[in-house]
Design a protein around this ligand. Structure first.
Ligand code: C2E
Ligand code: MG
Ligand code: MG
Length: 713
C-alpha cells in the first residue's frame, strides 16, 4: 500500500488549493496564485490540526484570520469567501475519522475565531495607518503654515497636490479655501463648500466633545485636535473622516485661521461594520448569532439591582428527519421561516432572538418583570410554530421543545444560564417534546453530573481508569465453569467505581464507545489467552470469553478487522470468543447491518442475543440472524424466584428453549441468584447460566480459582 492515492497530506493540499482559488481573485497581493496557495498551506495545516486536536483551541482560527490581513486579503469578500470555503471543505478534507457533529461544531468555532482574528488585525492595521496619517497631518500643518506666509504659488502647489482633503476657514467658521481632494470627498464644488460655515456641519453621530474642542481651538486655547467625524453629503449619504484641525497663527502669534485635514474613512468604516455584522449574525437566517447573543446575555446578567432576565432555549423536534428526508436545502428554508416567525415574537424593547446553530434558537427578555414576560414569550413562540410551514409544496408541521431559565441579574454566568437552559430543553424533549419546561436546580444538578461524566470520559480511557470484571458462565448440566462475561467498570477519581449503566449510554452518545469497546475486547481476549495458558491442559477445554457490543459498534466499519486483528495478535481461536448483542439492536436489522456479524460468525465467533425477551423480536426472525446463543433476560429468572413459579412463565421459557434448540441455538440464562432457580432452569433445558448464585462479577483470578474448584470437585 505504498502508493496511497489520497493521503491526509493530499487532501490538505486540495483544501488549500480550493481556498486559494476562492480568495485569490479578491486579494490585492502581488504574488501569483500558486505562490499565494503556498502561503495559505501552513494556515490550512494549522486549521486542520486545530480541527482534530485532542483539546480544542480556537486560536488557530484567530491566527489564520490575522494572517489573511497580512497577506493583503483585506477585502471583506476575501473573508466571506474564506469562511464559506472553510465551512464547506475543512471537515470534508481534513476531518478524516472524527465524529462529524463534533468536527462541524469545531469548524464553526474556527470560523468565528477567523472572523474575529481578521477584524482585529484589520483594526490594528487601520489604527497604525491613522497614526501615520496624523503624523503626516502635523507635518503638513507646518508646511502649509510656511507656505501661507511664503508665496501664493508655493501654497497652491502644496494645497492642490495633497492626497488628503484640506480646507481653511477663518475663526468665525467661514470656509475660505478647499482643495480638490476635499471637494471630491464631499461631492461639492468649491463654491458649494465655500458658502458653508463650519458650524453647519453638525452631525447626529458627532462625538460629545467635538464642538467643545472646536470652540477651544478657535478661541486660541488649543493648537489642534483630532477625531473621527461624520458629514452629510448633498446626495444624502454620509462621509466619515479622520479629522485633524489645527490653529494657524499670524506672524505675531495671533490666532488667524483654522486648517482642517481630512482623510475619508467611509469605506473602512463600512467594512468594519460589515465585519462586525458578519461576525455577529447568522448567514442563513440573518438572526444574531451565538457570539452576539452571548454579548447581550452577559449584559443582561450584569444589569443592576432589580433587573431580571428570562431565556427560552428552543430546539426543533424532529428537524433531522426533515433534513434527512427532504434534503438540506429544504431544511434551510424551514429554518429561515422559523427564524422569521421567532423574530416576530420578540419585538418589545429588551427582547431578542438569536440562532445558536443547527435547529437551536434562543429568545431573551430582560427587565424587572421577566417572571411574567418569559412565560408569555414562550407561549408566543409555541403559538408561532403552530401553523404548518410550506416547503417545496409540502406542508410541514414544526414542533419545538423549550427550556426556560428565569432569574435575577448578577447571580449566574452566561455559560451557567445557557447550560441550565440546554438541560431543561432536553427535559422537555424527553418528556415527548412540543412543550416548554422551567429550569429546576435539582434536575440541573443531576444532569450536570451526567455532563461532567461525559466530558471526563475521553481522558478516562487514556488514564487507564477503566477495568474489567469477569462473571463466570456455568454449565447447568455439570456445574463446570465454561467461560466468563467481561463487564467493564470505570474507577472514577471522584465518584469511585461506576457501573456500565452509568457511562455506557454516554460513551455511546459521544462515540467513545468505539475505542472503549475495542479496548474491552482486546483486554478480555488477552485474559482468555492467559486462562488458556495456565489452564489449557485440563479436561474442561478452553475458557470462553463473552464480550458485549453496543449497537454503534455494530455499524462501525472497523468491527470485523479490529476483531480479527485482536484474535490474531493474541493467538486466541475465534470460537473462544462470543460477542453479545442486545436483541433490541437487531430488531428490524437489515442485511447491511448484519453483514459484519455474519462474517464474524462465519469465522467461528459466537454471537449471542443478549437480554432476549425484552424486545419484541419475531421469533421466526431468529432464523435470519447469525446468532448461535440466546441469553434469556433476567426477568425470566426473577419470575422463578417465587415458589411455585408462575406456570405460564415456565411454559414460555420451555417454549423458547425448545424453539432455540430446534434452531441449533444454545440457551444461557442470566441473573440466577438461588439454587432453586438453577435447578428449575436446568430442568427446563437451559444450557448455561450466569448469576450471583455462582459468582458476582470479579477480578480474573477469581474465575480461575472457581474453575479449578469445579474441575477438581
Ligand atoms: P448484560 O450484558 O445483560 O450484563 C449482565 C448484567 O447483570 C451485569 O450488570 C451483571 O453484573 C448483572 N448480573 C449478573 N448476575 C446477576 C444476578 O444474579 N442478579 C442481578 N440482579 N444482576 C446480575 P452490569 O455489570 O452492571 O452491566 C450492565 C450492562 O452494561 C450489561 O448488561 C451490558 O449490556 C452493559 N455492558 C457491560 N460491559 C460492557 C461493555 O464492555 N461494552 C458494552 N457495550 N456494554 C457493556
Ligand atoms: Mg451481556
Ligand atoms: Mg444481559
Amino acid at each position: 500500500m505504498s502508493a496511497e492515492p489520497d493521503g491526509p497530506e493530499d487532501r490538505l493540499r486540495r483544501f488549500a488549493t480550493i481556498w486559494s482559488r476562492a480568495v485569490f481573485p479578491v486579494t490585492s497581493t502581488s504574488s501569483t496564485r500558486p505562490e499565494f496557495e503556498a502561503r495559505l498551506l501552513p494556515l490550512a495545516r494549522r486549521l486542520s490540526e486545530a480541527l482534530r486536536a485532542r483539546s480544542f483551541d480556537a486560536d488557530a482560527g484567530k491566527e489564520a484570520g490575522a494572517a489573511l490581513v497580512a497577506e493583503h486579503c483585506t477585502d471583506p469578500e476575501a473573508l466571506s469567501r474564506t469562511l464559506d470555503c472553510v465551512d464547506a471543505y475543512l471537515v470534508l478534507y481534513c476531518g478524516e475519522d472524527g465524529d462529524r457533529e463534533d468536527l462541524r461544531a469545531r469548524s464553526a468555532r474556527l470560523q468565528h475565531a477567523m472572523a474575529a482574528g481578521f477584524a482585529q488585525a484589520l483594526r490594528e492595521r487601520t489604527l497604525a495607518e491613522q497614526e501615520a496619517i496624523a503624523q503626516a497631518a502635523l507635518e503638513a500643518q507646518g508646511v502649509v503654515a510656511q507656505a501661507l506666509h511664503a508665496t501664493e504659488a508655493r501654497f497652491r502647489a502644496v494645497f492642490e497636490g495633497a492626497a488628503i482633503g484640506i480646507g481653511i476657514a477663518d475663526l468665525e467658521g467661514n470656509v475660505l479655501q478647499v482643495n480638490g481632494a476635499l471637494r471630491r470627498m464631499f461631492g461639492l464644488s468649491e463654491q458649494g463648500l465655500r458658502s458653508r460655515n463650519v458650524k453647519d456641519w453638525v452631525h447626529p453621530d458627532d462625538a460629545p466633545q467635538t464642538w467643545r474642542l472646536y470652540e477651544e481651538l478657535v478661541s486660541g486655547e488649543r493648537e489642534h485636535y483630532h477625531l473621527e467625524k461624520a458629514f452629510h453629503r448633498p446626495d444624502g449619504t454620509v462621509l466619515w473622516t479622520n479629522l485633524t484641525v489645527s490653529l494657524l497663527r499670524d506672524a505675531d502669534g495671533e490666532p488667524q485661521y483654522q486648517l482642517a485635514l481630512m482623510e475619508d474613512t467611509t469605506e473602512r468604516r463600512l467594512l468594519n461594520l460589515r465585519l462586525r455584522y458578519e461576525a455577529t449574525h447568522d448567514a442563513l437566517t440573518g438572526l444574531p448569532n451565538r457570539t452576539f447573543f452571548f454579548e447581550r446575555l452577559e449584559k443582561a446578567l450584569g444589569a443592576g439591582e432589580g433587573q431580571r432576565f428570562g431565556l427560552c432555549y428552543l430546539d426543533l423536534d424532529g428537524f433531522k428527519t426533515v433534513n434527512d428526508s427532504l434534503g438540506h436545502a429544504a431544511g434551510d428554508r424551514l429554518l429561515v421561516e422559523v427564524a422569521d416567525r421567532l423574530q416576530a415574537c420578540a419585538t418589545a424593547p429588551g427582547e431578542m432572538v438569536a440562532r445558536l446553530g443547527g435547529d437551536e434558537f434562543v429568545a431573551l427578555t430582560t427587565g424587572p418583570d421577566t417572571q411574567r414576560t418569559v412565560d408569555e414569550l414562550a407561549a408566543r413562540i409555541m403559538n408561532a410554530l403552530l401553523a404548518p410551514i410550506s416547503v417545496d409544496g409540502r406542508e410541514l408541521t414544526v414542533r419545538g421543545s423549550i427550556g426556560i431559565v428565569e432569574g435575577p441579574a448578577g447571580e449566574r454566568s452566561a455559560a451557567e444560564v445557557l447550560r441550565s437552559a440546554d438541560i431543561t430543553m432536553y427535559r422537555a424533549k424527553s418528556a415527548g417534546g412540543n412543550r416548554f419546561e422551567l429550569a429546576d436546580p435539582e434536575a440541573d444538578a443531576r444532569a450536570i453530573t451526567r455532563h461532567g461524566l461525559t466530558t471526563a470520559l475521553p481522558t478516562a480511557l487514556d488514564r487507564g481508569e477503566f477495568f474489567i470484571e469477569y462473571q463466570p458462565l456455568v454449565h447447568l448440566g455439570d456445574g463446570s465453569v465454561r467461560g466468563a462475561e467481561a463487564l467493564v467498570r470505570w474507577l472514577h477519581p471522584q465518584h469511585g467505581v461506576l457501573s456500565p449503566d452509568r457511562f455506557i449510554p454516554l460513551a455511546e452518545h459521544t462515540g467513545l464507545i468505539v475505542p472503549l469497546g475495542r479496548w474491552v475486547l482486546e483486554q478480555s481476549v488477552r485474559q482468555a489467552r492467559e486462562w488458556r495458558d495456565r489452564h489449557g491442559g485440563e479436561s474442561l477445554g478452553p475458557l470462553r470469553i463473552n464480550v458485549n457490543l453496543s449497537p454503534c459498534q455494530l455499524t462501525h466499519p472497523g468491527l470485523v478487522q479490529d476483531t480479527v486483528e485482536i484474535l490474531e495478535r493474541t493467538g486466541v481461536a475465534p470460537d473462544a470468543l462470543c460477542l453479545e448483542v442486545t436483541e433490541s439492536a437487531l430488531i428490524g436489522a437489515d442485511d447491511d447491518l448484519l453483514k459484519p456479524l455474519r462474517r464474524l460468525a462465519e469465522m467461528g465467533v459466537d454471537i449471542a442475543l443478549d437480554d432476549f425477551g425484552t424486545g419484541y423480536s419475531n421469533l421466526a426472525n431468529l432464523r435470519r440472524l447469525p446468532v448461535s446463543v440466546l441469553k434469556l433476560d433476567r426477568s425470566f429468572t426473577q419470575s422463578m424466584q417465587r415458589f411455585p413459579a408462575d406456570p405460564v412463565d415456565l411454559k414460555i421459557v420451555e417454549g423458547i428453549v425448545s424453539l432455540a434448540h430446534s434452531l441449533d441455538l444454545a440457551v444461557t440464562v442470566e441473573g440466577v441468584e438461588t439454587g432453586a432457580q438453577a435447578e428449575q432452569l436446568r430442568i427446563l433445558g437451559c444450557d448455561t447460566a450466569q448469576g450471583w448464585y455462582y459468582a458476582r462479577p470479579g477480578p480474573p483470578d477469581r474465575l480461575h480459582e472457581l474453575a479449578l474448584v469445579d474441575a477438581t470437585g
